[in-house]
Design a protein around this ligand. Structure first.
Ligand code: SF4
Length: 366
């Protein structure tokens, strides 16, 4: 495909997604638009905050045929955006075939990676629509979160992908070690003209104490992100999402139906309804569905290896009573689905900017 053809193709997919969000919002089409497909549980890093302890998991990965079958089912169900996740997805020998299979279904395919194998696997993944590479801050602080040498690996992978004209974002997890690196990383990303997705830690029972953030530290980080965004730094999430998290008045970060009974909700705080669990399908590496990765350590799960995905999703939504939460990426989704003006315009402007940049990089590359 030509460079401009790729650009047009991506925007056709984005337009389809926007149309489906509109249909979802007005209630005419409630099918999922997005999917997170966890293709393996193996990982070559040992990030201290890993919510699923992937580096400790011993699990037989799904076969290529099983993954293709899941993608077929996602496609039949109406999913347009496929987020390819791990473990570390690039460890899979068939990762190029998986990505091409999703692209062949006219899905928008995004890859989440730590970057370690990107260079050697580039020819296999070069057709990807976008990728997100994890990087948490300055070298000494990033490496406290993710392990020695991981800063070098991630920064080299980002620069390599950019040199190839890929659409790249940074995924930054904010921990006690990296909370003071927000401006530093924003500056680093701005120089490269790329956006950062910021993640706050989940409420995890496996989290080591040195990483934990107090609520005030989280709030300080959110205030800093709002300030950086207003100053024109490449913070991906909308102000509405960041402010919602900043104003979250509850001790618990996730509220289930039961939690609402005696909840003391301040009058001026309005919940954002979670649409994420409906509009997204999360498939785990062992072939189970969950509503969301924020609930990996506590929520319900249903296998799709022995029943149709649609049926499993409907059953899951019936039994999982997760209602509201504090998590930035999920709330960003919910704001988009609600077709809120500022989040939609923010998303549109960010994506247009990244795709035009990638187009020029590819043209320059020849
Ligand atoms: S409220 Fe929705 S987005 Fe938040 S943790 Fe629950 S399912 Fe996930």
């Amino acid at each position: 495909m030509t460079k401009s053809g790729k650009f047009i193709n991506k925007w056709m997919k984005r337009t389809r997604m926007l149309f489906r969000l509109f249909m979802f919002k007005i209630g005419l089409d409630k099918r999922p638009v997005f999917a997170v497909l966890t293709v393996n549980a193996q990982c070559n890093f040992k990030c201290k905050y890993c919510f699923a302890d992937y580096h400790k998991k011993v699990e037989k990965p799904l076969s290529t045929e099983q993954i293709f079958h899941i993608i077929d089912e996602l496609d039949d169900y109406g999913v347009i955006y496929l987020n390819v996740h791990g473990g570390e997805a690039l460890i899979r020998k068939d990762i190029g075939r998986i990505i091409d299979y999703g692209l062949g279904k006219k899905m928008f395919v995004n890859l989440i990676t730590n970057g370690r194998f990107l260079k050697e696997k580039w020819d296999e993944v070069r057709n990807i629509d976008s990728m997100c590479i994890s990087l948490d801050g300055r070298e000494e602080n990033n490496d406290k979160n993710r392990g020695e040498g991981t800063f070098k690996i991630a920064t080299e992978a980002i620069d390599f992908a950019l040199s190839k004209g890929a659409t790249v974002r940074i995924g930054m997890t904010i921990t006690h070690h990296t909370k003071d690196d927000l401006e530093w990383l924003a500056e680093w990303a701005k120089k490269r003209n790329i956006y950062i997705h910021h993640y706050l830690l989940f409420d995890q029972d496996n989290l080591s104490e040195d990483l934990r953030m107090t609520r005030e530290e989280n709030n300080e980080a959110l205030r800093k992100l709002i300030e950086l965004k207003k100053r024109g730094y490449p913070v991906f999430y909308s102000l509405r999402t960041l402010e919602y998290a900043l104003n979250w008045p509850f001790e618990k970060l996730i509220l289930r139906k039961n939690d609402l009974k005696d909840l003391n909700r301040p009058e001026n705080f309005q919940f954002i309804t979670c649409n994420y669990k409906t509009i997204n399908v999360l498939v785990e590496s062992n072939g189970t569905l969950r509503v969301c990765n924020a609930t990996v350590r506590q929520g319900t799960h249903i296998s799709i290896l022995d029943k149709p995905l649609r049926k499993a999703k409907a059953e899951l939504l019936d039994v999982d009573d997760c209602m509201y939460c504090y998590h930035l990426p999920k709330m960003e989704f919910s704001n988009l689905i609600d077709l809120r003006f500022e989040p939609v315009m923010n998303q549109f402007a960010n994506q247009l900017k990244e795709d035009i940049k990638a187009l020029f990089a590819k043209v320059k590359q020849g």
